[in-house]
Design a protein around this ligand. Structure first.
Ligand code: SF4
Ligand code: SF4
Length: 99
């Protein structure tokens, strides 16, 4: 059985090692019109940074500013065109300072 407390500590440890240099241009954009008809909302559970938030109207709110750039949302989304991905501009995005 997985020790949830261990997982939470490990996540906090990871978060303490990173810094986000937020770029003006979002490196991920989400077409919320496509999301409205999505039945799985897989991104909500898959994103390790909890950046996809379902709305009570069936839509999705997304904030790119604390994105780890792991690519999981792009891989798991089954609706073509819902997520547009590019890397942040040079010197921006997630920076791992140690570990
Ligand atoms: S990003 Fe993809 S998986 Fe997430 S709600 Fe939109 S269509 Fe669904
Ligand atoms: S790339 Fe990773 S951290 Fe960034 S929004 Fe997608 S799943 Fe979340």
């Amino acid at each position: 059985m997985t020790d949830r407390r261990y997982q939470e500590r490990a996540f906090d440890d990871v978060m303490s090692t990173v810094e986000f240099r937020v770029a003006e241009r979002p490196h991920i954009t989400v077409d919320t019109e496509i999301c409205r008809s999505c039945t799985t909302k897989a991104c909500v559970h898959a994103c390790p940074a909890d950046l996809f938030v379902p709305t009570s109207e069936g839509g999705i709110l997304f904030n790119y500013e604390q994105c780890f750039e792991c690519g999981t949302c792009y891989q798991i989304c089954n609706n073509e065109g819902a997520i547009s991905w590019s890397y942040p501009d040079g010197g921006h995005g997630v920076v791992f300072r140690k570990g």
